[in-house]
Write a protein that binds this ligand. Structure first.
Ligand code: GAP
Length: 439
């Protein structure tokens, strides 16, 4: 069987520790003791996460004639969430322990006793996951609005605007990246499940009847996106939702799962949302949101195929899958084998000494490289230690400036994965790195 015997690359503890120590991800509000399951992206984390989003936008929007982008608001008219079914149906069943007062998702519990203390549990009740807030300064008089629990609705309510302004014909899709909020009952596993997170969503509008084939195409496209960015396909699998798992709007849904340290878990969902959303918004707003097919003269509500990915989950997956420990002499070399497109730093400049005029030359090289890619500069401790530090944050190439460089105007490029070193003239550094990085 596929995936048999495959293991997670490492433990969550090791990734959490490395992420904090090297500046990928910090506990949120740490000086006040932290805020449960909230995290901040540090100097390297913001680069990595931006690269994940950029790689998605590049393949899903820039690279496709049938896609356009959108950036809608987090706050939306409250009627959006009534029409979409979220006010009524976006709930998890919740139980409380009468003894220790802990809360659990009823569908995550097997027995009838509290998994923490064995106490008696309350009857399950519905808990809506949407965060509520108020629009305007006077709380009582102001309208209750929600922080969006998915970015998707911003696309549906703008369907006509997009159609009219771009003159797109189906099949076509709209892509959006942005924050979403869910008051999860049991957040956890680092950035895997949090209450504030980012989504990368596509709503792809198709003619009914073509939906099942296009669903399969998207599933393949999205699976390959992770593989092409370096994720081991053995640690990825596709799992179809059982009928009782399906969201209220979906006819079919498949998850792309990754083998996280806590086991196989959802990375991204691809759903067939049928015409549910456009039809509901059309009925609720009174605005006609059906599509006029010019060739056939028909009017119909398009079906929607929705590949919906989590930015934070994808970032965690790329971090975990890049993680390697390998014996090197008497030590263990920790190396993040990021795809070059995702690596937070593409190239680090290392002067062999802190003396002039070596430093001036190294700094000039750094600023030249900065015109093309995200560089770094490191002059602390031995060169061997510096290479290790770059390996641990996944920098694909180091450029070492030594005393000979002053004479021959050449530098050494060291490769993260093979650890091989080559000498190149400074004048050729940019084209050589471009060839190696692939962009
Ligand atoms: N519009 C469809 C939708 O929102 P979903 O399966 O609920 O579908 C899509 O969410 C993706 O968003 C998930 O596959 C996951 O990557 C991410 N996601 C959902 N809830 C999350 C949470 N609490 N924390 C982090 N990511 C989350």
């Amino acid at each position: 069987m596929k995936n048999e015997g495959i293991q997670p690359t490492t433990t969550m503890e090791k990734i959490v520790t490395l992420a904090k120590r090297r500046g990928f991800i910090f506990p949120n509000s740490e000086i006040y003791g932290g805020l449960n399951s909230c995290w901040d992206y540090g100097p390297l984390g913001v680069e990595l996460k931006n690269n994940v989003k950029r790689a998605w936008w590049k393949r899903m929007v820039q690279g496709r004639e049938d896609m356009v982008g959108l950036d809608a608001g987090i706050l939306m008219h409250p009627r959006v969430w009534e029409a979409s079914g979220h006010v009524e149906g976006f709930t998890d069943p919740l139980v409380d322990c009468k003894s220790c007062k802990q809360r659990f998702r009823a569908d995550h519990i097997t027995g009838e006793k509290c998994p923490e203390c064995g106490g008696e549990l309350t009857e399950p009740r519905k808990f809506n996951l949407m965060f509520r807030t108020h629009l305007g300064p006077v709380e009582e008089a102001a309208a209750t609005v929600y922080l969006r629990p998915e970015t998707a609705q911003g696309i549906f309510v703008n369907f006509l605007n997009i159609l009219n302004s771009t003159r797109k014909k189906i099949p076509f899709g709209v892509a959006q990246i942005g924050k979403a909020f869910r008051n999860e009952i049991t957040p956890g596993n680092f950035i895997f499940r949090t209450r504030e997170f980012e989504q990368m969503e596509i709503e792809y509008f198709v003619q009914p009847g073509t939906d099942e084939k296009i669903f399969e195409d998207w599933l393949e496209e999205r699976f390959n996106w992770y593989v092409n960015l370096g994720v081991d396909p053995e640690r990825l699998r596709i799992r179809e939702h059982t009928p009782d798992e399906l969201a209220h709007y979906a006819k079919k849904c498949c998850d792309i799962e990754y083998l996280f340290p806590m086991g196989w878990s959802e990375l991204e969902g691809i759903a067939n949302r049928t015409d549910f959303d456009l039809r509901r918004h059309s009925e609720s707003s009174g605005v006609r949101m059906d599509y006029f097919h010019q060739e056939t003269g028909e009017r119909f509500f398009p079906y929607v195929i929705e590949p919906s990915a989590g930015v934070d989950r994808a970032t965690l997956c790329f971090l975990l899958d890049a993680y390697h420990e390998e014996p090197d002499k008497d030590e263990i070399r920790v190396v993040l084998r990021f795809h070059p497109e995702l690596a937070p730093i593409k190239v680090t400049v290392l002067p062999l000494s802190r003396k002039e005029p070596l430093v001036a030359m190294a700094r000039e090289i750094r600023s030249e490289l900065a015109r093309h890619w995200m560089p770094a500069y490191d002059d602390a401790k031995s060169i061997g230690r510096r290479y290790r530090r770059q390996d641990e944050i996944g920098t694909p190439y180091c450029v070492t400036v030594d005393f000979e460089s002053l004479e021959d105007q050449a530098v050494t490029i060291r490769d993260r994965d093979s650890m091989e070193q080559i000498r190149v003239p400074v004048a050729e550094l940019v084209p050589v790195l471009r060839e190696k990085l692939g962009f």
